[in-house]
Design a binder for this molecule. Sequence first.
Ligand code: GLU
Length: 502
Amino acid sequence: MDRKVRVRFAPSPTGGLHLGGVRTALFNYLFAKKNNGTFVLRVEDTDQNRFVAGAEEYIVDCLNWCGIMPDESPGNPGAYGPYRQSERKPSYRKFAEQLIGDGYAYYAFDTPEELDAKRKEISNFQYGQATRMQMRNSLTLTISEVEDLLAAKTPHVIRIKVPEDEIVHFNDLIRGDVSFETSLVDDKVLLKADGMPTYHLAVVVDDKAMEISHAFRGEEWLPSAPVHILLWKYLGWETDMPQWAHLPLILKPDGHGKLSKRDGDRLGFPVYAMNWTDPKTGDITKGFKEMGFMPDAFINMLALLGWNDGTDQELFSLLELEDKFSIERISKAGAKFDFEKAKWYNHEWIKQSTADTLQQLVSTELHKASIEAGDVQFLKTIIDLIKDRCTLLPDFVAQSSYFFAPPAEYDINSVKPKWTAEKAAFFNDYADKLRLVDAVSEEAAFKALAEEKGFKPGELMLPFRIILVGGKFGPGVFDIAVLLGVAETKARIEKAVMLFNS
Ligand code: GLU
């Protein structure tokens, strides 16, 4: 019988959620959806030193914003709890001790000072097969010495005993056969002095307990894979091991290496999904959401960082991704992050979204700028008129504020040099004749009047735009006038003509 598909996103609650983390969550989610599986959120909070209050809630908020909700999570547990690693603490020690009993792990009593001294003595010191017999551990001490130390509650850790000269193999769903020489793998700590497991033990015990069938995670975890594979084997669970898929790195736009938050700070773009407020310093790091990205665009952009459907198609809804996602089309090579391309996705998503979809998002942006949109139909008409000009959601404010109040400033320099008393007379006359039934007939009436007064209509279009909008931007000027209505258009003409005359 085929195994039930259960995947997990297993972040550590240590701060802002990097876009690479969201992509890992997304690929797990898509694989689950595609295979009628279950997407689990497991919070890996065993490192007490790195734990940050509020980070778990924040991660959940980010996933909600992206629309990739876990089927099981700390807040919505299923039958495989607990979903916070720290709550599973009592169960880890017995597995670590089982490994000791079977000769696959050992107690290590080295003090921090002893370890420091060794690091000074041996450059690039690694606690492992080359050095373990020089250290204070249950491999070098007698049984009774070890018993005494344990009875005296001497602080100690438990380390895996990595075998000598073996090759550890596994089949990665993206990379194919991957192998490691154990001579290069150190004896990782499995259980810390505080009784908490390290990530290495916890990830294996939890994946087993939660019946995880496939694990998509970032390529940065590949070097840890041999330790995990050995643990699956040593704990006697080999047949239950998930299938691994190590996702390609998301790379810096310039240079080499993994995209970091510092790159975002340096180059002026967000790296976190949503704003993250450091609870200690109060510092806010900007997120894609607050920068004005639509969640659909953000998800679409992330999906294409390392995956494509084999065609040139670049725009995918989440539903389409759920349908089309396939491991075979995930690339092995790292994907360079390109903020201009991210903005392109957002622009395309804004253009293809209906006014109904955008209305709430735009109202929120306007509200932030102290503009109350008022009538919903009016707002939707505006959205349809200007959305092609908006790349990020806050652009809707700059592109629409003149619909809600007359311009606060005018680009006078673009009008003044060619302004004449005749033009002023034309606009005053035109103001009296406004009908504004629809843009097409209004444009015809404007042009007819211009010609009758001896103008080329083109000479009057720019002043008219600046009268209504304040600057050289915006959709069709007659569309704007029709939406503003007769009274408002007239008032704007009168006000600006006086200004241009003065
Ligand atoms: N807790 C690890 C992280 O923070 C999870 C790695 C894994 O998925 O195995 O990314």
